[in-house]
Design a binder for this molecule. Sequence first.
Ligand SMILES: [Zn+2]
Length: 132
Amino acid sequence: MARCGFIKASGERCKGTATGQNGLCWAHAPENADQRRRMASRAARSKPNRELRDVKALCEDLTERVLAGDLLPGPAAVANQLTNTRLRAIEQERKNKETEDLEARIEELERGQEAQEAGAWRGAHSSNRKGG
Ligand SMILES: [Zn+2]
């Protein structure tokens, strides 16, 4: 089977199998760009949710252990600080992904508008010809 012809930023050739007529794999074929973006934005939304569940579970566990006397207040305080840091990192990551997602959507809207304007111009032009 043919190999994807996409060359990565590292200069390495993609190891995917070419599926499209353009000799590119699914991940690199331009016709799949919309679907890829939709999948990426879904993944971006679900990953922090998973991480938040982990953090909540960890907090519960720490709380129980402190109350049961299994964990000293000192280490528990450090664990709490680290958990807070992790929460901030998750939130920052979520914001970054959200911004990227919005940027992609704005770009798409702008491209759509440009295409529409070009189409409107062509339409006006051809109707002028028809009339004259
Ligand atoms: Zn590829």
